[in-house]
Write a protein that binds this ligand. Structure first.
Ligand code: NAD
Length: 472
């Protein structure tokens, strides 16, 4: 089933075919693109058992979690694009200023052309297909490069896309960083990358060489602030769900908690109850809790945990591990210092450090002194304090009194800010990301500008002075 990585000359051949076909795909109508999206939807639905199988093979992801976090979001995206594509593609009339009497103007949405989509391993199906949906809706040809760390899903994507699209419209190129580097050397017209900030910089550099636009969906440390006014039971359940879904390997998972010293013990108790409620007393036996993607990440995570414990961190919940299975229990650590290993980089695993504050006013300066996060969460019932936190910080996105779910509303742009990303997608924002907004002005019979053409006689100068007075 798996196709081998393409030989370098085949990569170039595929790219040239996609480039040659982009003008034809550009001219496709909304109905034609909708037909393609319908075909893609049918193929996804037909492959659902195989998608579950692939994800179980790659990192023992539970079938229900695959349905909820891999298949459902892409079906929502397809439905939304199908419903709105006629409207999205319609040229958008804009106002004409008085000084430009006699003209009319509109924005015409045209595809970027031939684009590259690079996907990560953590939601290997959803984060590959969702940008493909947006790029197809916008009328592009493309290469999709799935992650090499989830080979079963990469092979499935190759077969599924191959059933729906000709290779000169959507091509799947498998392989590792070597293939990605080869792709990055080609003059794609947009680079859409989901992955780490480190590789994001490599992609940005490559795109700059081609003067191509980029969307960088990156990561970072997303804080969750628990105000004293929060209801701790529901807060804990929502934190546990958002943190431990996908084994904590979620770009917008709450990375660390900030809570007042006074409420910390009660929050830890509520987190313990929530973990047991969701995964049982022995989480290792739960079919609903997935494993760490590979040994490198397992070693990285256990290393961070051990270093933090050495540094005074206290494991309040979990801490159990099994290298053979790449299992790390849902783990909550208190007494974590800002300079502890768990605070040095994005955790991206099932370990949740808790930091405390004396006064809520300390929190925003702590967050803004660090890289701008992909997500920020706040729990509480005091609207003023919540509004202040939003006003005094920045983040790619925010859920209030929940975690993660701002991702699920396709009417919100999804993306980071600064080191957590550049640009956004989902719904209309995805269509816009893969489109060029072309400014088109049409000159009518009345031509207001002809009165200021050279030679710049006194009459012209007077006319211009008058225009300046009236229109500025
Ligand atoms: P990664 O950056 O290691 O890999 C992503 C892709 O880049 C893969 O396809 C890989 O083949 C390619 N790649 C790796 N090294 C490369 C190199 N040297 N040159 C060129 N290409 C290279 O990321 P990952 O480990 O797959 O994913 C984890 C990261 O992604 C986390 O930081 C997470 O927060 C982030 N992420 C962000 C989002 C988002 O939507 N913002 C979603 C998921 C994951």
């Amino acid at each position: 089933m798996a196709s081998p990585a393409l030989a370098p000359d085949r990569i170039l051949e595929v790219f040239r075919a996609l480039q040659a076909n982009r003008a034809t795909v550009k001219r496709t109508s909304a109905s034609q693109r909708i037909a393609k999206l319908e075909k893609l939807r049918e193929a996804i639905q037909a492959h659902e058992p195989k998608i579950r199988e692939a994800l179980a093979k790659d990192f023992r992801k539970a079938a229900t979690e695959v349905d909820l976090t891999e298949v459902f979001p892409v079906l929502v995206e397809i439905k939304d694009a199908i419903k709105h594509l006629h409207r999205w593609m319609r040229p958008q009339r804009v106002d004409t200023p008085m000084s430009m009497l006699g003209t009319s103007s509109e924005i015409v949405y045209e595809p970027k052309g031939c684009v590259l989509i690079i996907a990560p391993w953590n939601y290997p199906f959803q984060l590959a297909i969702a940008p493909v949906i947006a790029a197809v809706a916008a009328g592009n040809t493309m290469v999709l490069k799935p992650s090499e760390l989830t080979p079963a899903t990469a092979a499935l994507l190759h077969d599924l896309i191959g059933e729906v699209f000709a290779e000169n419209e959507v091509a799947v190129v498998q392989g590792d960083a070597v293939e990605t580097q080869k792709l990055l050397a080609l003059p794609f017209e947009h680079f859409f990358f989901t992955g780490s900030t480190k590789v994001g910089r490599i992609v940005a550099e490559a795109a700059a060489k081609h003067l191509a636009s980029t969307t960088l969906e990156l990561g970072g440390k997303s804080p969750a602030i628990v105000d004293d006014s929060a209801d701790l039971k529901s807060t804990a359940r929502r934190l546990v769900w958002g943190k431990f879904v996908n084994g904590g390997q979620t770009c917008i998972a709450p990375d660390y908690i900030m809570v007042s010293e006074a409420k910390q013990a009660a929050l830890v108790d509520a987190l313990r109850v929530a973990i047991t409620d969701m995964y049982g007393a022995d989480v290792k036996q739960s079919a609903d809790f997935c494993r760490i993607i590979n040994s490198r990440n397992y070693d990285r995570l256990t290393g961070m945990l051990d270093a933090t414990v050495k540094d005074g961190g206290k494991v309040e919940i979990g801490g159990e591990r099994d290298a053979g299975e790449r299992y790390i229990a849902p783990t909550v650590v208190t007494n974590v210092k800002p300079e502890s290993a768990l605070m040095a980089e994005e955790i991206f695993g099932p370990i949740l450090p808790i930091l405390t504050f004396k006064n809520l006013d300390e929190v925003a300066p702590f967050i803004t002194a660090r890289d701008k996060p992909l997500a920020l969460y706040m729990f509480g019932n005091d609207e003023r304090r919540i509004d202040d936190m939003i006003a005094n910080t920045t983040a790619g996105g925010t859920s209030i009194n929940n975690t993660v779910i701002h991702f699920a509303n396709q009417n919100l742009p999804f993306g980071g800010v600064g080191p957590s990303g550049l640009g956004s997608y989902h719904g209309y924002y995805g269509f816009k990301t893969f489109s060029h907004e072309r400014a088109v002005l049409r000159q009518g019979r009345i031509d207001a500008f002809k009165s200021v053409y050279p030679p710049y006689t006194e009459k012209v100068q007077k006319m211009f002075k008058w225009m300046k007075r009236i229109f500025t």
